[in-house]
Design a protein around this ligand. Structure first.
Ligand SMILES: Cc1cc2nc3c(=O)[nH]c(=O)nc-3n(C[C@H](O)[C@H](O)[C@H](O)COP(=O)(O)OP(=O)(O)OC[C@H]3O[C@@H](n4cnc5c(N)ncnc54)[C@H](O)[C@@H]3O)c2cc1C
Length: 569
């Protein structure tokens, strides 16, 4: 069963819960965005995903991308689908009109990429980096670079890569060694090896634009010595550049996406932004990519749920507790509480996380172009706190939830026939790339929450209206925990690092409950397709919140006991 996007359901979530189009009122360029336009775009997007992208998923996994003599051949149908994708204008959905884009709200692009990832994660890896590359070049590229590359990237005619990782420099990009030597004509020659580069080589588009972190000869060591460069696969005169794919990785999943070792062998490139400010320029791309990875998680979890839900409505085994239903010898497995619990739990995550991710899509536009400085600041605060939370929580849940959905199939889930095992394999990597989930947790707690003693985080939670006492109570408990950690860190500096993952997870759960409060108070949103996710949220999901805070409290207590003991000694 291929993934089915439900455009009516998402349209009602966007307009009934997330507040479109009102939430974008007053932003320049969106005057014509109304519920009808949102519905129309989603319907067309849903059709494209279901008809062109979802059917390629299985072969993408089984045949995979193939490497031979520096060239990568993508699985059958991938190139044709990509050509149809960009020619129909999908990559340009939210790019500015002056760059060849359609100028539509970012949140519509969020929905599109969630569906594409759900339908075919491997194929979606290639266009998934386009919007980030577009924003990066738009904000940091020279006029000459923009003239040559911005339009091609905005429309998706040429695909882009993000070349950061090196064999000895993964989470710690400051260790990167790739060198860039300035040339008299203003260009640079890049020398070094990058690994794990998604879409470093393929036959989907006629050119590939690599954005590469490298070090100038006089650069200081560490992250401040990194600059960003643009290196095309084909040079402006049509000749092949000296950026080569040496091989592609054999992976656990995601076989439709070539993960490339790229060798830059005195490859010509041009600087993007200022020398030594490469990570700063790259962060524009990485933040966009992190939200996309969160959306991958949501999409893949929905895909796993769709398969498991359909199977549970067909498969009969044993008698469910309660009165006998019908004359069949056994009940549908969806009647068994253990199976329902699995299904409803994933549903609670998918819908709650959608509210949060779509709201982030809306806040991106508010942060970018609202006329009121305070509104822009509030939106920036939302994006800053929620991006690491969504990236880590949605991808953790995608993998663990997909594994639970596999359980619904029993042994039939472990064999290939039903396709659920592919989702488990494909989803695992999202916990690793775009900054591992451990790095996201540190980003949230150590870099964003603690430096001001939790004040900004408290303001962020205060921005979220709630009429629900339990939700308000959880926000207050999170704030107390942040303050206690800030105090505890004064005597034990590594304390927050031990519990950053718990803090992120607790934050995600509190926000999930807030999102469901929104769903509950929006009668326009139809939830009739499934069972009772709200009940699952309260019974099976939220108790983890208290458990996570208890783990943090215990760590703080141990730390203060140790500190007291040391002081007495
Ligand atoms: C399929 C795939 C596609 C990818 N695509 C791209 C791409 O397009 N471009 C690109 O540049 N890279 C890409 N990557 C690389 C990816 O971003 C890195 O794998 C990731 O950043 C982690 O780096 P690493 O693998 O070297 O792990 P390491 O950094 O060595 O980390 C190993 C472990 O240590 C933990 N760790 C490290 N530092 C800390 C810390 N300070 N605190 C707590 N824990 C820590 C990590 O969380 C992890 O669990 C891709 C990787 C894969 C597998």
């Amino acid at each position: 069963m291929d993934y089915q996007p439900h455009s009516d359901e998402i349209a009602s979530l966007l307009t009934g819960v997330a507040g479109l189009p009102g939430a974008l009122a007053g932003l320049p360029g969106f005057a014509e965005v109304d519920a009808a336009l949102v519905g129309q775009v989603l319907e067309e997007a849903g059709k494209f995903v279901a008809e062109r992208i979802a059917p390629l998923n299985r072969e993408g996994d089984e045949i995979g991308a193939r490497y031979e003599a520096g060239q990568v051949t993508m699985p059958p149908g991938f190139r044709e689908a990509y050509q149809a994708f960009w020619q129909a204008g999908w990559p340009a959905l939210s790019a500015r009109e002056e760059d060849g884009g359609q100028g539509l709200p970012a949140v519509l692009e969020c929905v599109l990429y969630e569906w594409l990832s759900a339908a075919n994660h491997g194929w979606t890896m290639a266009p998934g980096l386009l919007h980030g590359a577009y924003e990066c070049l738009k904000h940091h590229g020279s006029d000459a670079l923009k003239e040559r590359y911005l339009g091609k990237i905005a429309t998706g005619e040429w695909l882009a890569t993000m070349c950061l990782t090196e064999p000895h420099a993964g989470s710690d990009l400051g260790l990167a060694r790739t060198r860039a030597v300035p040339q008299p004509d203003g260009s640079y020659l890049l020398e070094g090896t990058k690994i794990f580069i998604s879409g470093g080589e393929h036959d989907l588009s006629d050119n590939i634009v690599h954005l590469v972190l490298a070090r100038l000869p006089d650069a200081p060591p560490g992250p401040k010595g990194l600059s960003l460069f643009l290196v095309p696969k084909f040079m402006p005169d049509g000749s092949r550049s000296r950026a080569h794919c040496e091989r592609i990785e054999e992976k656990m999943g995601l076989h439709g996406s070539p993960t490339c070792v790229m060798r830059f062998d005195e490859a010509t490139g041009w600087i993007v932004g200022e020398p030594g400010r490469g990570l700063n320029a790259m962060f524009v791309m990485m933040n966009s990519a992190r939200l996309h990875v969160a959306l991958q998680g949501i999409g893949l979890l929905d895909a796993a749920w769709q398969k498991a839900d359909a199977y549970a409505r067909e498969r009969r085994q044993m008698r469910a507790p309660g009165p006998r239903r019908g004359s069949e010898a056994a009940d549908l497995i969806i009647e068994h509480p253990a199976v329902r619990r699995i299904l409803d739990t994933q549903r609670a995550w998918v819908d709650g996380a959608r509210v949060l991710a779509y709201r982030t899509g809306i806040e991106l536009d508010v942060a970018r172009s609202h006329s009121d400085a305070e509104a822009r600041q509030r939106a920036e605060r939302w994006c800053s706190f929620i991006t690491p939370v969504l990236k880590a929580a949605c991808t953790d849940q995608a993998f663990h939830g997909a594994s639970e959905c596999l359980q619904v199939f029993g042994g039939h889930g472990y064999v290939r026939e039903w396709g659920i095992e592919q989702i488990v394999r494909d989803s695992r990597v999202a916990m690793i790339y775009e900054g591992t989930n451990e790095i996201q947790a540190i980003d949230l707690l150590v870099r964003k929450v603690l430096p001001d003693g939790g004040a900004g985080f408290t303001t962020f939670l205060g921005d979220l209206d709630t009429a629900d006492e339990e939700v308000a109570g959880r926000f207050a408990a999170l704030t107390r925990s942040a303050v206690a950690l800030a105090t505890g860190a004064q005597s034990q500096a590594d304390l927050p690092y031990w519990v950053a993952g718990d803090f992120l997870r607790a934050t995600a759960l509190a926000l999930l409950a807030w999102a469901w409060e929104r769903i509950g108070s929006s009668p326009g949103f139809h939830t009739s397709r499934w069972l009772d996710p709200e009940h699952a949220l309260i019974s099976w999901v939220m108790p983890e919140f208290d458990m996570r805070l208890a783990l943090i409290d215990a760590a703080i207590e141990r730390s203060s006991a140790r500190f007291t003991a040391r002081s007495i000694d």
